[in-house]
Design a binder for this molecule. Structure first.
Ligand code: ASP
Length: 402
């Protein structure tokens, strides 16, 4: 796409998002009538992810040419993701201890919310076990991306070892990757209207602006704590990290279409095709884009990690349960794991929060305090998740030897 086309589309997407907020705010429930358009857009994006991820990861790995290079990139990627996620949790813990948003909350919930009722916190063994699936087609049908990425990683590595015969397979996946990226560009033209519909219908479903404000007024300080934490993490950490990359400050602008889509869809997975497209257009090494971004969308969730730490501390404060240093260390470790384990779909963080709540013996009912506002905070944390992945790709392209 030309630079001018790129800018026009970006403006159209921004206008779509703002118009969505305006219409959802003023017309309330009436805007639920456009929800189907948003769903259509989301489904179109989701439709591309499995073939895109398969083709991208396989050609990304084979493009590295040599298994040792893969080891180096893989090692740095895991290190980078773990450390930035841990830093996000730390930022969250510091802010929530300073702002104490849960003190004075009086309307405590008695019932376990439907969303988490019947769900149990997953253990580490289950988390590791879920990396391998006996049936790849079933994993694809359930959009479980991590087992598919891992399979493609080994498939790609094996392809580089079988010489001539491997070339035809690599060419096939190379073509498939280009076709999928072309489809993504076509879908992107629909994003202004898709994002408009998603935002307008979601805000409209709360009953419009006035009702939304009334609903959130009791947890205003909590919302402020989450947003301040996410902003600090996104701005300061990434401003520092981006200086270690080959990208300039305008990288944020280059990635803006993906970031607004993340806000609109509340799903890192649905946004992934656009994140990849924007990163390629911004000039990031394709091998980093194809490997770092799919993996990042599934495991690297800085926004979710920070959010989980803040939310759990908020619940403890609201119930008047003191969390000492020892408990906060447990929160630090489990929130990092819970973010890694969260699926890249809307509200997934709420479910994996059970891991953290259970680890420090807090009541599951506490999640009820967060429900009314989760759809909104989910959009903001997903935007930070996608920004974290994007910066990751820009930084990690440096570790790929020529
Ligand atoms: N919606 C988030 C994402 O897709 C996950 C979450 O925090 O719920 O990145």
């Amino acid at each position: 796409m030309s630079l001018q086309g790129h800018n026009t589309l970006l403006w159209a997407i921004l206008v779509g998002a703002l118009a969505g907020i305006f219409c959802g705010w003023h017309f309330g429930h009436a805007m639920e009538s456009v929800a189907w358009i948003g769903k259509l857009f989301l489904d179109l994006l989701m439709l591309t992810i499995i073939p895109l991820i398969v083709a991208a990861v396989i050609t990304g790995i084979t493009g590295l040419g040599d298994v040792r290079k893969l080891g180096r990139l893989g090692g740095f990627t895991v290190l980078y993701y773990l450390s930035t996620t841990a830093i996000a949790v730390l930022v969250g813990l510091v802010i929530v201890n300073i702002m104490q948003p849960g003190i004075g909350i009086s309307e405590l919930n008695e019932a376990i919310p439907d969303k988490v009722a019947g769900k149990e916190a997953v253990g580490i063994a289950e988390m590791i076990g879920s990396l391998i699936k006996p049936n790849l087609v079933a994993a694809a049908a359930e959009t479980q991306l991590l087992p598919i990425i891992l399979f493609c990683l080994f498939f790609g590595a094996a392809l580089t070892t079988i010489g001539e015969k491997g070339k035809v397979v690599i060419n096939f996946f190379d073509g498939l990757n280009d076709v999928m990226m072309k489809l993504v560009i076509w879908i992107m033209y629909l994003s202004p209207i898709g994002i408009f519909a998603l935002v307008a219908s979601k805000l409209g479903a709360t009953g419009g602006g006035e009702e939304f404000l009334a609903e959130i007024s009791s947890v205003g300080k909590y919302i402020a704590t989450v947003i301040i934490g996410l902003t600090i993490h996104a701005v300061i950490l990434f401003t520092i990290l981006i200086t270690f990359s080959k990208r300039g400050r305008d990288y944020l602008f280059d990635m803006l279409r993906a970031l607004v889509t993340a806000f609109g869809t509340a799903s890192s997975a649905a946004t992934l095709p656009l994140t990849m497209e924007c990163a390629v257009e911004a000039g990031v090494d394709k091998r980093a884009v194809k490997f770092v971004l799919p993996l990042g969308a599934t495991v690297n969730m800085d926004g979710t990690a920070l959010y989980e730490a803040v939310a759990v501390m908020f619940i403890a404060q609201a119930y008047g349960i003191h969390m000492g240093v020892e408990e906060q260390i447990i929160i630090f470790i489990t929130a990092t794991l819970a973010a890694i384990g969260a699926a890249a779909i809307p509200s997934a963080g709420l479910i994996t929060m059970l891991i953290v709540l259970t680890a420090v013996d807090l009541p599951k009912e506490g999640i009820g305090l967060l429900l009314a506002i989760d759809w909104f905070l989910d959009r903001i944390r997903t935007t930070v998740n996608v920004w974290g992945d994007s910066v990751g790709a820009a930084v990690l392209e440096r570790v790929i030897p020529d």
